[in-house]
Design a protein around this ligand. Structure first.
Ligand code: ZN
Ligand code: ZN
Length: 270
């Protein structure tokens, strides 16, 4: 059995011991082919890409998180665009809108999001979307910028069926995090039980959102097993079947580089 963590942050600022120990602990737990999210400035993006170049079991994404919209600049955009061209970069993201924390002005969040959606479409790479309290604007920008041409993922899905339907319609898959294991997550659990089987993924969003029973601890990719088990319960499937499904879905969504990382992990050659 192999579970793919489709969204984790492995920067040195989160893992002082470096990225390799948590990756090895994940492998021991049956978790491999991680998608390392490179956001939070150029060094973090470069760090994710270098990790993916160094390790055959890791691929990367790069983007500008909505929290950091204020820090976007033509120079940053040009540097990230160069990284997006790298074959180990399988998606653009996470990008999106966060009206819960509002760390950057909303108008700016929207314009930066739109620019990077357009960049993803130009480079023919799928998009990893972060959205919080911003359902309508998120859908509107994705539609307006032609995101359907490349599709992507709604990461850390935390909305309802109505939003899920609209996202699926735009060719965005639904990725479930540790939130799925929380008691107060009824609408997310409802969507997880209902969503089409070929459109579901799992992720940790490490170092955030540790699943129950590890809630409160700093999260790492190995913990995804708890989220996958909850997803299996909600769908009335065996854990092995959920692993098989979500791993196939991840390979289909993120393309040949991830598919290769999955094969290498499954055959013990990574
Ligand atoms: Zn996020
Ligand atoms: Zn994230």
């Amino acid at each position: 059995m192999l579970l793919v963590d489709t969204h984790c942050h492995l920067d040195p600022r989160y893992f002082a011991e470096g990225a390799d120990p948590p990756i090895e602990r994940a492998r021991s737990a049956g978790v491999g082919a991680l998608i390392c999210i490179g956001v939070g400035g150029l060094p973090a993006a470069e760090n994710a890409v270098q990790l993916a170049q160094r390790r055959s079991d890791i691929v990367a994404t790069v983007g500008v998180h909505p929290h950091d919209a204020l820090e976007n600049s033509p120079e940053l955009e040009a540097s990230l665009e160069r990284l997006i061209g790298d074959e180990r970069v399988v998606a653009v993201g996470e990008i999106g809108l966060d009206y819960h924390y509002d760390r950057s002005p909303r108008e700016l969040q929207r314009s930066v999001f739109a620019r990077y959606v357009a960049l993803a479409v130009r480079h023919r790479k799928p998009i990893v979307v972060h959205t919080r309290n911003a359902k309508d604007d998120t859908l509107e920008i994705l539609a307006a910028e032609g995101a359907r041409e490349v599709g992507g993922v709604i990461h850390c899905f935390s909305e309802d069926r109505e939003f899920a339907r609209a996202a699926l319609e735009l060719d965005f898959d639904l990725s479930f995090s540790g939130i799925l294991t929380f008691k107060n997550a009824a609408s997310v659990q409802d969507v997880a039980g209902w969503a089409p089987q070929e459109r579901i993924l799992v992720e940790t969003d490490s170092p955030y959102l540790s699943p129950v029973p590890l809630r409160g601890k700093s999260c790492e990719p190995a913990y995804i097993v708890h989220t996958a088990r909850r997803l299996a319960e909600l769908r009335g499937e065996a854990l092995e079947r959920i692993a098989e499904l979500t791993t196939e879905n991840a390979a289909r969504r993120f393309g040949s580089r991830l598919a290769e990382a999955i094969r290498l992990c499954q055959t013990g050659r990574a």
